[in-house]
Design a protein around this ligand. Structure first.
Ligand SMILES: Cc1cc2nc3c(=O)[nH]c(=O)nc-3n(C[C@H](O)[C@H](O)[C@H](O)COP(=O)(O)O)c2cc1C
Length: 375
């Protein structure tokens, strides 16, 4: 990475977003633009951030063994899916729309979080969108049923059921920025004042709400503190297989189970009728020390066979990461932070830049690898 060893080796922190040459550079720009309360929410992992770092290490450990190619290279599409992330409106006003539009233009699926800040129907109306919906399993099945009906009505064909976030992860660095729940500390508020562009673009309009579950939140819908307390109480504290089976019965489209951390659970998810799994640890934000999706990938592909959809999430920052995931058996990789950095810098143009960087890197490294493999 761009250490400061050689003179002038440093990332840009501002300027036009299209000058960013890598996701790391977009990250530097994003962290410069965002106040700590937004940057920490985007970036942080749980506790010691062991899983967060392990996600990167899992890619860095792998090596390519390039070989000359027999035939023409490339043309295998771009195996990337934008992962569901909640509270995107914290970085850019209407960030979910920006991501959805950039995804549609790039021909990659966009996964909308249950706790996104834009209504399902608005995302569904983006021309050309491949709209995926991520579901949290709420304690009230009636709520799940209603969300599924709405998603189906809006034309969503792929449902992603998240099973690794049934209680909030312990992100202490985030908690330290608050004097009390949803009340930033004095230092954090001072830091916000040092970010006038963010204040004008995001905060001036009020913090974003959760319109897809608004009617369940009732009067607390517009208040981040009340909404987060409500979520704490109403997301089912443990996800049971029976509930997943129930969702399977209610949803006739494609269903992926996200947050699988063991090959035995990948098998079980398939046995109850899932079409595939997303391996990973929620970008290192939930159970610290949980294994990386990449470390389970080859074994899971072997266990599930070719028909299952196997995706992996966590730590994608380069096209080479996508190539490694694909060559080890993934149909695609899901990325959260990479496009969020872009959005935080420049909305839709920033998300588009992140996708363009990843695609160019992926295509170039595919040619360089030729018929080689990954060890
Ligand atoms: C800020 C943030 C919010 C997230 N919110 C959700 C969410 O609402 N639902 C969900 O299933 N996963 C959520 N995730 C996890 C992502 O879907 C994805 O698994 C993770 O970001 C992948 O790691 P990466 O950020 O290193 O690419 C969130 C991740 C981040 C960074």
């Amino acid at each position: 990475m761009g250490g400061a060893v050689l003179p002038l080796r440093r990332y840009r922190r501002g300027g036009p977003v299209d000058r960013a040459l890598s996701i790391a550079e977009l990250r530097a720009m994003a962290l410069h633009r965002l106040p700590a309360i937004a940057a920490e929410y985007l970036e942080g992992g749980a506790e010691e951030e062991v899983s967060l770092q392990a996600n990167r290490a899992a890619f860095d450990r792998l090596r390519f063994r390039p070989r000359l190619a027999e035939g023409a290279q490339g043309g295998q599409g771009f195996p990337y899916v934008i992962a569901p992330t909640g509270l995107n409106g914290l970085y850019w006003r209407g960030a979910d729309m920006a991501l959805a539009r950039a995804a549609a233009a790039a021909g990659v699926p966009f996964t909308q979080s249950t706790v996104s800040n834009v209504r399902l129907e608005e995302i569904a109306a983006v021309p050309g969108i491949d709209h995926w919906f991520q579901l949290y399993l709420f304690s009230q099945m009636a709520m799940v049923e209603q969300l599924l009906a709405r998603a189906a009505g809006a034309g969503v064909r792929t449902l992603v059921v998240t099973v690794d976030a049934n209680t909030f992860g312990n992100r202490e660095w985030n908690t330290r920025l608050y004097a009390a729940e949803a009340r930033p500390s004095f230092a954090a508020r001072l830091d916000v004042l040092r970010h006038p562009r963010w204040l004008a673009q995001v905060y001036r309009h009020g913090l974003p709400g959760f319109p897809n579950i608004a009617e369940w939140l009732g009067e607390g819908a517009g208040d981040l503190l009340q909404a987060s307390q409500w979520l704490r109480c109403n997301i089912a504290p443990t996800v049971r297989w029976e509930e997943l089976a129930q969702v399977r019965r209610l949803w006739s489209g494609r269903m992926l189970v996200k947050g699988i951390g063991h090959v035995a659970d990948a098998r079980r998810a398939m046995a109850l009728g899932a079409d595939g799994v997303v391996l990973g640890n929620h970008g290192g934000r939930q159970l610290d020390g949980a294994v990386s999706g990449m470390d389970l990938l080859a074994e899971t592909r072997e266990a599930l066979g070719e028909k299952a959809m196997v995706l992996v999430e966590g730590g994608i920052r380069r096209g080479t990461d996508l190539l490694k995931a694909q060559r080890l058996g993934a149909d695609a990789a899901m990325g959260g932070r990479a496009t969020l950095y872009g959005v935080a810098v420049a909305g839709e143009a920033g998300a588009a830049r992140a996708l363009a960087i990843l695609r160019q890197e992926y295509e170039r490294s595919q040619i360089l690898l030729g018929d080689g493999d990954v060890v």
